[in-house]
Design a protein around this ligand. Structure first.
Ligand SMILES: O=C1O[C@H](COP(=O)(O)O)[C@@H](O)[C@H](O)[C@H]1O
Length: 254
């Protein structure tokens, strides 16, 4: 049974700094245990703040970044280097500042990649990349998988009441995303739920209703944030505004 925790920080800056410190510690612990670490990145505003906070954290030098695998939970299906790609955001805010091993950085394919403008082929290619890295297991071991939470309760590019909520393959193309851009690729719920720890990170009052409904047990297709959890732990990492509607009973989850 997964262990759920909820931590509320005073504001988005403190939230980002706390998540950054937690991530560095988790990576160090994973490397001590397994000799390597594997993290899954997300996109969005609070994610960018977390990446900048890791970049600026002196303790980041305690990590052997050459032994960290970097994956993405979802991607906007746009040309390589497009400013709206989650990869572009993560590289600028953090990855370009770390001594990572390039072969261990695994972005989702862009729309001008080898599959051309075919998101289904791009999703299948990413599934194959995951399977190849995982062999003989089906999926890599993800130590931490970070997720932003949309105002509508979406996580990665799994949107409420969208067919991707029923997808059983490891990676899916998404067409008709209600949030631009309309075409994306995403890890599916079962892939997300294979991670050791899933961190749902949200800041701002516009996220408070989605956070409340997710913790109140909404259905996973109706509210995707309600359907994701880590094998070992599910951590809600919020600022005060995002936590404003959380019932007092949940506030004691630590
Ligand atoms: O489109 C996306 O949105 C979510 C949430 O972003 P935010 O700016 O509202 O925090 C993000 O987690 C996801 O990776 C991204 O593709």
């Amino acid at each position: 049974m997964t262990h759920t925790t909820l931590v509320v920080h005073a504001d988005p800056d403190l939230l980002a700094q706390a998540v950054a410190a937690r991530l560095v510690v988790k990576v160090i612990d994973a490397q001590a245990e397994r000799g390597q670490a594997s993290i899954v990145l997300t996109g969005g505003r609070i994610a960018a703040a977390v990446y900048r906070a890791v970049r600026d954290l002196p303790a980041r030098d305690a990590v052997d970044w050459s032994r960290v695998d970097v994956w993405w939970g979802d991607e906007r299906f746009l040309p390589a280097g497009h400013p709206d790609r989650n990869e572009t955001q993560a590289r600028a805010a953090l990855l370009d500042h770390l001594p990572l091993s390039p072969a261990r950085v695994h972005p989702m394919p862009p729309s001008d990649g080898p599959d051309g403008a075919d998101p289904e082929a791009a999703a299948a290619r990413y599934a194959e990349t995951l399977a190849t890295a995982a062999r003989p297991a089906a999926l890599p071991h993800f130590d931490v998988l970070m997720l932003g939470v949309g105002e509508d309760g979406h996580v990665a590019s799994i949107f409420p009441e969208h067919p991707v909520g029923y997808e059983t393959r490891a990676v899916s193309a998404v067409r008709g995303s209600p949030k631009p851009p309309p075409v994306r690729t995403t890890l599916t719920r079962s892939t997300i739920n294979s991670a050791e720890e899933v961190w749902l990170i949200a800041a701002g009052a516009d996220k408070s209703a989605a956070v409340r409904m997710a913790l109140a047990g909404a259905g996973p297709v109706q509210l995707p944030a309600a359907g994701v959890h880590g094998v070992g732990a599910t951590r809600w990492l919020l600022d005060r505004a995002a936590a404003a509607e959380v019932a007092p009973t949940f506030r004691s989850l630590r």
